[in-house]
Design a protein around this ligand. Sequence first.
Ligand SMILES: *[C@@H]1O[C@H](CO)[C@@H](O)[C@H](O)[C@H]1NC(C)=O
Ligand SMILES: *[C@@H]1O[C@H](CO)[C@@H](O)[C@H](O)[C@H]1NC(C)=O
Ligand SMILES: *[C@@H]1O[C@H](CO)[C@@H](O)[C@H](O)[C@H]1NC(C)=O
Length: 343
Amino acid sequence: THRGGVGGGRTPHPRPTMREPTKPLSPRPSRGRCRLCGLCLGSALLAIVVSTLAHLLSPPPQPAPSPSFSVVIDGGSTGTRAHVFSLGPDGRPDLARSAVMRVSPGLSSFAADTARAGESLRPLLEFAKDKVGGEGAAAATEVRLMATAGLRLLEESVREAILVSCRNALRASGFRFEDSWAKVIPGSDEGVYAWVAANYAMGTLGGDPHKTIGIIELGGASAQLTFVSDEVLPLELSTNFTFGETTYTLYSNSFLNFGQNAAQDSYREMLKSRGSSKNGTLVDPCAPKGFSHKRKVLARTGGASRSNLENQYVDNGSGNYKECRSSSLMMMQEGKDSRKGSY
Ligand SMILES: *[C@@H]1O[C@H](CO)[C@@H](O)[C@H](O)[C@H]1NC(C)=O
Ligand SMILES: *[C@@H]1O[C@H](CO)[C@@H](O)[C@H](O)[C@H]1NC(C)=O
Ligand SMILES: *[C@@H]1O[C@H](CO)[C@@H](O)[C@H](O)[C@H]1NC(C)=O
């Protein structure tokens, strides 16, 4: 592991507090496929937990009729999910009645045609409208969009254009929406949300900071590392999170390009550059013998840096543990020398 400023592409921004005055802060990270991760929490759980916390932390609900639903759209690198939370009378989500729908590819795949990004939300919004009970109920329901590393990887102008397209779709959706509710959340916040979810699930949230667990979270495009720390931390890697009476000082960092899909892509690039591909077939020692897979690589960086030739690659596994281990270590070593950082 490694501490210190790695996370590529972080932009300085004021530390967020985890509390918004009245609105439930309902974030949502998104993971890619969960093949390799040791600790991989469902995004639904995460969103639910953070929504719950936001409610716990908000001022007690007063007479005003509280909305019965809350919709959070999670823009991940591999797909976009709509979480429809049904809120109980106490304002907390009623998990049994919450619903989720996912579409793929993710918002970042619209880099070359940003105006169409909003369109991709339409089936999700229709789904959500149906779940909340139609137009009338939608008008009383807030919808938020939180995007993660897929969009963080894009150039700012492209990222903004995608958000603009999404905001247009959300504004026209019939749900309650304000432009500031659609945004790309910083990687460090993503890590904090994952930490909250993990510790909530473990029953360690609310107790002794030193008995909480740290998390390594693998998303599709980025990885997050978050834990309670007593050390003096650089401000941009430090977050104070208050739950009940306890304030947790967290180290939270996000490593762009270190999500599992991004890591596998880098790994394949490395195999190819080392001559492991023959006649359109890439022999992968980390995949089991007999495994064969035609691989479609989606452009992650706006399409410019990846050729379509990659689409023609076939992965064949050779199931060679020693080779897998040494080539994986080699990749991490390469990472160390580059500006991307290290594992
Ligand atoms: C967190 O709280 C501590 C103690 O109150 C303070 O010294 C520190 O500056 C705070 N950090 C952030 C990021 O707000
Ligand atoms: C390479 O692939 C082509 C078509 O898949 C096949 O006709 C050819 O024999 C292969 N060459 C070698 C050296 O395997
Ligand atoms: C890859 O796997 C396929 C299907 O098992 C097999 O037909 C092909 O010969 C393999 N190619 C290489 C280069 O091992």
